[in-house]
Design a protein around this ligand. Structure first.
Ligand code: PEP
Ligand code: MG
Length: 312
């Protein structure tokens, strides 16, 4: 990552690519300075809850967010509200056992059903001193009402605290939100595509089941068409769209995203030099033609071959 630090994400065609990093622990943030990443594109707040043995009190949450912002040293941070449920179970919350946790009360659904929990998290974020570089992102949104309700909740708390509500966006990680991205992009401040879950839900293949590895391929044309729709709708409404799933960290897949028009990526910092190198080297290709080609292909292998032929 150090090798691209001074290029400031400008590719050979003179366009700006924003490279952010994903994190969930304070100790990861030293890589932010080392790497020169633009900021934290996804901060997984649930990690504090997952590594704790008891429910983190509001004071602990406040301290945690404060240390994240301090460690980010002036760079922007997108805090994703709790994404508990599914593969991220927290015993001390004593949540009901579900038959299909991935299709259950997870992400924003859990926050909206447990408003005390949501309240203490939002208050902890909004009382931090660096509000001007914070954005709030809601996970597992699948209906317009999920977003409106969440936004109203944060706005109400911001009013109570007498602070300005930060920009609020959603993760697109359900087929429902990908298909109505036109509607979402009219009302949200930004979108980040969570390709780990989006792939799992489009392909109906549990992301944790290694026997299903060949189904969990974000280069499947169904997944790429969904992503393409989200990028096009966001562009049309002039809102920032990024990808923060693992797909961004794979140079071949990241190149597919670039061809679809993506300009903002959030990834593991160690992947960034490879991704930047590939985007940079091939930034002068005719993206529209390659986009048309890959969106008309019938499986991930064909798409992968097309991309590898270009970048090898
Ligand atoms: C995703 O689903 O792509 C994502 C970034 O969220 P997580 O991996 O934390 O579920
Ligand atoms: Mg997810």
């Amino acid at each position: 990552y150090k090798s691209i630090k001074d290029k400031k994400g400008i590719t050979l065609d003179g366009k700006r690519i924003e490279l952010n990093m994903n994190a969930g622990l304070v100790m990861e943030l030293n890589q932010l300075e080392e790497s020169g990443a633009d900021g934290i594109g996804l901060f997984r707040t649930e990690l504090q809850f997952l590594i704790s043995e008891t429910l983190p009190r509001m004071e602990e949450q406040k301290n945690f967010y404060r240390s994240v912002l301090d460690a980010a040293k002036g760079k922007k941070v997108i805090f994703r509200t709790l994404d508990i449920g599914g593969d991220k179970q927290v015993d001390y919350l004593n949540l009901p056992i579900e038959e299909n946790p991935f299709l259950g009360v997870r992400g924003i659904r859990l926050s909206l059903e447990n408003l005390d929990l949501f309240d203490s998290q939002v208050k902890s974020i909004l009382t931090s001193e660096s509000l001007e570089r914070i954005k709030i992102m809601f996970p597992m949104i699948s209906t317009i009402e999920d977003f409106i309700e969440s936004k109203a909740f944060v706005t109400k708390i911001a009013k109570e605290l007498n602070v300005e509500a930060p920009p609020m966006g959603i993760m697109v990680e359900t087929p429902a939100s990908a298909f109505i991205a036109d509607k979402f992009s009219e009302i949200v401040d930004f979108i980040s595509i969570g390709t780990n879950d989006l792939t799992q839900y489009i392909m109906a293949a549990d992301r944790g089941n290694s026997d299903l590895g060949h189904y969990q391929d974000p280069l499947h044309p169904a997944v790429l068409r969904a992503i393409s729709n989200v990028i096009d709708c966001s562009d049309k409404n002039n809102i920032e769209v990024s990808v923060c799933g693992e797909m961004s960290s794979d140079p071949v897949a990241a190149f597919a995203l670039y061809v679809l028009g993506l300009k903002t990526f959030s990834m593991a910092p160690s992947a960034a030099p490879f991704v930047f190198e590939i985007l940079n080297t091939h930034s002068k290709i005719n993206k529209a033609t390659v986009k048309e080609t890959i969106l008309s292909q019938k499986n991930a292998d064909e798409i992968r071959t097309t991309i590898k032929d270009i970048i090898s």
